[in-house]
Design a protein around this ligand. Structure first.
Ligand SMILES: O=C([S-])c1cc(C(=O)S)c[n+]([C@@H]2O[C@H](COP(=O)(O)O)[C@@H](O)[C@H]2O)c1
Ligand code: NI
Length: 482
């Protein structure tokens, strides 16, 4: 089983995630080709560069905004990369672009458009910057821009994002995962700001940042094709971060929403180490959070952040293989449970069919009474861990459920054998069950009995009686009852 392990000792942001996955083995040319499929008409440029952070070599990914949008990130709600002012000059970079550049240093770039430009950003203009998503929070500080700031920018909402992603020529898997991650952020924003989902707006710049980070994450994960994603507890940092509405505590409220149910560590440094986008990626893709990963490491990747902290501002990921023994233990059955009080009851049979088709070994429903006295259904699904993701997908896509409880379950099974048995009504299959090698029970298959009852026009109970009287039993009556 191929494993990806996120070691979030210094948190995670959208760009750190891209850097780490590229450093671990995603082909940068492939990544750039795929991300260009977003067709965002010149709104962004991605730079992938090898760099050092505290002596650790890794990959720094910058999403630079181009065209009219650049600079409009001041005050943006999601301007994670709107503040990228490190340009890694003096490093060796790779090239991957299908158009002409005039510039004096080498990068690996992807653009949403074709143009000629000079890479002299970040050197000419100085302004005071108080928004500081990737800078030292809480401090007013200066840094350079090569552009003016425009504040009358447009907004994008969830529907716009869905349209952009949907209209791209990316594979459906990537589109679906992208939307899954995006929805984590959108739902959290809606909750925090007390707005309905449709009213959550992403500033122009923030939207582009988030789209590249989130779609980029999906492209990389799809490329790596791992069977299971694990992650350590997530360091969220501390202090305050300034955004459009002023100073907000770290972890930012949206990050807190997204990280509900995920183990976190806080306060290692007084800065925001985990952003809403980073948290959303983990929440959407991680199968298991553990600080005791148990697998054989095969590759490592470091994604560099922007800050210079006491600790290395990097995200580390490992690719590896789970040993066979661990693999089979981890492949044990899982019980998924969700309470549903707002779904059209006609849909349950369809949902059940889909669950079985996608790997469920059992599906059962329990009537329950939920809050406000609502009659509801607890949907329980048993599935082997290898197909857990597929089954979860059915629950999330086909039901109204917003959350699922997961329990690894142990299982004790009797050994079984199937034998054919002839009756005067026709043939049935009988299931024999053995405990420690001894036959302890047997039972005709219901579907066979039903078929014979219908074919012969006799009550089904008569078929059962016939079988129980006619079947040669070797039950050892001296066996203690189980
Ligand atoms: O501007 C707003 S409304 C804003 C809200 C929140 C909430 O938690 S709510 C957070 N932030 C900060 O924006 C940056 C960018 O986050 P990304 O996920 O796009 O990387 C980050 O510092 C958030 O804490 C802004
Ligand atoms: Ni700026």
């Amino acid at each position: 089983m191929n494993i990806l392990y996120y070691d979030c000792f210094a948190g995670i942001s959208g760009d750190m995630n891209l850097g780490a996955l590229l450093d671990a083995g995603v082909d940068p040319d492939y990544f750039l080709r795929e991300i260009a499929k977003l067709n965002l008409n010149g709104e962004f440029e991605v730079t992938i560069a090898k760099a050092l952070k505290k002596g650790i070599s890794g990959i720094k990914v910058d999403v630079r905004l181009t065209g009219d949008q650049r600079g409009s990130h001041q005050g943006s709600e999601h301007a994670e990369h709107g503040h990228e002012h490190e340009h890694n000059h003096g490093h060796e970079h790779e090239h991957a672009h299908g158009h002409e550049h005039v510039h004096g240093h080498e990068h690996n770039h992807a653009h949403g458009h074709e143009h000629e430009h000079e890479h002299n950003h970040a050197h000419e203009q100085t302004h005071i910057q108080e928004h500081n998503h990737h800078h030292e929070q809480g401090h007013t500080h200066k840094h350079d821009h090569s552009h003016d700031h425009h504040h009358g920018h447009h907004h994008r909402n969830v529907e716009d994002i869905e349209r952009i992603i949907g209209a791209s020529s990316l594979p459906d898997r990537v589109k679906e995962l992208s939307m899954k991650i995006f929805m984590q952020v959108a739902l959290a924003e809606a909750k925090v700001h007390g707005k309905p989902l449709e009213e959550v707006h992403f500033h122009e710049v923030g939207a582009v940042d988030s789209i590249v980070d989130i779609v980029g994450a999906s492209i990389c994960l799809d490329y790596l094709k791992v069977d299971k994603i694990l992650a350590s507890p997530v360091q969220v940092g501390g202090g305050f971060v300034r955004c459009e509405h002023g100073l907000i505590p770290v972890p930012a409220p949206a990050t807190v929403e997204i990280l509900k149910g995920i183990p976190v560590k806080a306060g290692l440094v007084p800065f925001e180490t985990t952003t809403p986008t980073g948290a959303a990626i983990l929440a959407a893709v991680v199968d298991e959070f553990t600080d005791k990963p148990d697998f054989v490491m095969e590759a490592v990747g470091y994604g560099l952040g922007n800050r210079d902290l006491e600790i290395p501002n990097v995200l580390r990921v490992y690719l590896g293989r789970m040993e066979d023994k661990k693999e089979s233990a981890a492949a044990g059955p899982i019980l998924l449970e969700t309470n549903i009080d707002d779904m059209n009851p006609e849909l349950y049979s369809y949902v059940e069919e889909q669950l079985f088709a996608r790997g469920a070994s059992d599906v059962f429903k329990t009537p329950i009474i939920m809050k406000k006295g609502r009659p509801a259904v607890k949907l329980s699904v048993l599935v082997g861990s290898k197909r857990e993701k597929e089954v979860l997908e059915v629950i999330f896509k086909e039901t109204t459920s917003l959350g699922v409880r997961k329990f690894p379950v142990g299982k004790a099974m009797l050994e079984r054998s199937f034998v054919k048995h002839n009756t005067r009504y026709g043939e049935v299959t009988i299931k024999n069950s053995y405990y420690e090698g001894k036959l302890v029970k047997y039972k005709p298959e219901y579907e066979d009995c039903k078929r014979l009852a219908l074919a012969n026009g006799v009550p089904i109970s008569k078929i059962y009686r016939e079988i129980y009287t006619g079947y040669e039993v070797n039950l050892d009556e001296s066996q203690p009852e189980i």
